[in-house]
Design a protein around this ligand. Structure first.
Ligand code: 5GP
Length: 179
């Protein structure tokens, strides 16, 4: 077992700067589109959602949704299951899905469908990280924090087997080192 700290990929300062930029962009885009409901995807997006939502200069409310991926052995099949839906009504509201990371795109694709079924005025998507090389589905991403390579990243809400979620930076972890 190797408990070395993950290698820094994106520093705390760079995350903070980018979150502020995204918040300015979203605040401008939604200035005339209220009410805005930010829907955070548990668990990974909880820190990003907390920081992003507090930096917006427009009225907004918060909801959470939880999903899990079906696995076949250790291989993810791409199928997604809803574990917890939003509690409040989304009818005629502007929904912004806030994700930690988009990898193959299956999760976000599924979530967009779930959100649309609630009858909102609009649905847009925001992800802190995007593994563009891994895309399997063409899913619309309206706001992206950073593009990352196809490596397992942790920190700032993202975990490896529930570890490293509370690291202040985004780091790279080699799963073989953590077994
Ligand atoms: P997708 O459906 O786009 O393939 O996967 C999205 C989900 O996979 C994310 O919400 C996240 O839970 C998980 N995921 C994909 N890549 C990573 C990664 O590098 N680190 C962590 N912590 N989670 C990841």
């Amino acid at each position: 077992m190797n408990d070395m700290a993950p290698q820094v990929l994106i520093s705390e300062a760079d995350i903070s700067k980018r979150v502020a930029e995204l918040a300015d962009e979203i605040s401008a885009d939604y200035a005339n589109k209220t009410p805005l409901i930010m829907v955070g995807v548990l668990k990974g997006a909880f820190i990003f959602l907390a920081d992003l939502s507090r930096r917006l200069s427009i009225p907004r409310t918060i909801e959470f949704i939880a999903v899990s991926s079906y696995e076949t052995g250790s291989v993810q099949s791409g199928a997604v299951r809803l574990v917890m839906d939003v509690r409040g009504s989304l009818v005629d509201k502007h929904v912004l899905i806030v994700e930690d990371i988009v990898d193959t795109g299956h999760t976000l694709d599924y979530l967009i469908g779930i959100m649309k079924s609630h009858g909102p005025a609009s649905v847009r998507t925001c992800t802190l990280l995007h593994k563009a090389e891994s895309a399997e589905v063409d899913v619309p991403i309206d706001y992206t924090g950073f593009s990352v390579a196809n490596e397992w990243v942790v920190g700032y809400g993202l975990d490896y087997a529930e570890k490293d979620r509370t690291l202040p930076y985004i780091g790279i972890v080699n799963p073989e080192d953590r077994a």
